[in-house]
Design a protein around this ligand. Structure first.
Ligand code: ADP
Ligand code: MG
Ligand code: ZN
Length: 483
């Protein structure tokens, strides 16, 4: 029997706000001392009143607009009631009936190069809970994270394999980074993921029984957990067992998932509208002003690079994989006589030298994009040869500056003086009479050898195009006079 898998993800993304979702406490990283950024609101004191952080709304809607979601003109918050050991008010403020964003999609490209669409169900806003710490025999709760804004992105069960789920997460992270809505720092837990998955016979359209795996915090963890869980489900179905709808957890050390609770034990969260907050209203003007401020989708930028700068698909892909690199390239390529020359320098020397540098490094590189454009121009036009160009780039990396000035300063210019190159041509012909004769007798390939000898004699500084002309002029005129 053939089997088919269906995977839906619920991704919790920490938003890049300065302060928490319903109070003025600063958002901190994991290095901050425990409980150093707390107040009665995020500690869950009875009677403390939440006030909505409008910036979190903007970032969520910005993401929704980028992903093609419909934005609700009016949405609201609901209370999700539960016994939370790390949330003393025992409800989480979330969105249930009326999320900020609905629908939308993420384009995912698989390893086979085929593009698939993963549809989104909704994107809503909610508060994070606190963190329980267990040190020796003592336990404590750190509330720094309580009340931090999370944007939850829920997909349709459109992914068909662990690799596709992995590719989805990479594509999503790339877009979130491009939008600057989240730091997307996985070590800090900025992206956490619940997995829903099921298996069914390939000839059936109705989805199989869903199993949920809670709280994965690495993309690799998602892929590993899915590989094991789908295998487990398939083996169970093959053995004729009935699967139960349940919630499981992934144990990376054991390399297996373990049941936490079944459908019978499922929680009833008793959702109801949060009475302490007003509904969230977003006017058409506000929404459209946010839409107008959207950056270009990485995939669209890739296509534009191919058209606008005449790049091969491979180059365009590499250069748009990171927004900082794409911005750098575009600044350098804009106004270049031949953008492909700039792309070639990016693809080889620049990416090699920047391989271990973080993205932010591109913006403060001593080699300014305009300098790279000029260098590509000098090398492309043959004013300097390739080893010299690399030496100029070394100088630019060290202390910046202007390529033309560096070349002049150091006398690195190419020999483009006709008399000097002519003299060189004479010498080459004298020293290689036999090869020169071959050329005169019609062996065209002999010319390449003579040019090579001339370049060697000039230690690479002769202008190769000029040298070629001078050689042909001499050999051609001799052959004429001989004939
Ligand atoms: P709820 O969380 O309200 O119960 P669902 O269970 O329908 O909503 O959906 C939660 C997540 O599970 C979504 O990402 C959805 O795509 C996914 N999902 C729903 N049904 C299945 C299924 N049979 N197999 C795999 N994923 C599913
Ligand atoms: Mg759920
Ligand atoms: Zn607070």
């Amino acid at each position: 029997m053939k089997w088919k898998a269906s995977i839906g993800l619920e991704v919790h993304v920490q938003l890049a706000t300065q302060t928490k979702l319903f109070c003025g406490c600063r958002t901190t990283d994991s290095n901050a001392p425990p409980n150093s950024s707390v107040c009665p609101v995020c500690l869950g004191y009875p009677g403390a009143l939440p006030v909505l952080n409008r910036e979190a709304v903007r970032l969520t809607v910005r993401t929704g607009l980028m992903l093609g979601c419909a934005i609700r003109a009016t949405s609201w918050f609901d209370r999700k009631s539960y016994f939370y050991p790390d949330m003393p008010k025992n409800y989480q403020i979330s969105q249930y009936a009326a999320p900020l964003c609905e629908g939308g999609a993420v384009e995912v490209e698989g390893e086979d190069g085929i593009r698939r669409t993963v549809r989104l169900r909704r994107i809503h806003l909610e508060e994070d809970v606190a963190k329980s710490l267990h040190i020796g025999r003592r336990s404590g709760v750190d509330f720094n994270r309580a009340g931090v804004p999370l944007m939850e992105i829920v997909t349709e069960p459109d992914m068909g394999s662990p690799d596709e789920a992995f590719a989805f997460l990479l594509a999503l992270k790339r877009i979130l980074l491009c939008l600057a809505v989240s730091p997307c720092n996985l070590e800090e837990g900025n992206l956490r993921c619940d997995i829903n998955c099921s298996v069914r016979p390939a000839d059936r359209s109705e989805l199989g029984t869903k199993v949920e795996i809670k709280n994965l915090n690495t993309f690799k963890g998602v892929r590993d957990a899915l590989r094991h869980e789908l295998e487990r489900q398939q083996a169970a179905l093959e053995a004729g067992e009935l699967l139960e709808q349940e919630t499981r957890r992934w144990d990376a050390d054991a390399g297996a998932t373990f049941s936490m609770r079944t459908k019978e034990q499922a929680h009833d969260y008793r959702y109801f509208p949060e009475p302490d907050l007003m509904p969230v209203r977003i006017s058409v003007e506000e929404r459209e002003s946010w839409r107008a401020a959207l950056p270009e989708m990485p995939a669209r930028r890739c296509e534009r690079f191919m058209q606008e700068y005449g790049l091969p698909e491979y180059d365009a892909r590499v250069l748009t994989a990171d927004r900082a690199i794409a911005d750098y390239f575009e600044e350098a390529a804009r106004g270049a006589s031949n953008p492909k020359w700039v792309a070639n320098w990016m693809m080889t020397e620049m990416l090699r030298r920047m391989a271990d540098a973080p993205s932010e490094a591109w913006a403060r590189l001593p080699v300014r994009p305009a300098a790279l454009r000029e260098l590509a121009e000098l090398a492309g036009r043959g004013v300097i040869n390739s080893p010299t160009a690399k030496a100029v780039l070394d100088v630019l990396f060290e202390r910046g500056g202007d390529p033309v000035a560096i070349v002049q300063e150091r006398g690195w210019g190419q020999i483009s003086d006709a008399a000097a190159v002519g003299g060189l041509a004479d010498r080459v012909i004298r020293e290689h009479e036999r090869v020169a004769a071959d050329f005169r007798n019609g062996k065209a390939a002999a010319l390449q050898f003579l040019i090579g000898q001339g370049m060697r004699l000039s230690r690479g500084k002769a202008n190769p195009a000029l040298l070629r002309d001078e050689l042909i002029r001499r050999l051609g005129s001799r052959s004429e006079s001989a004939g």
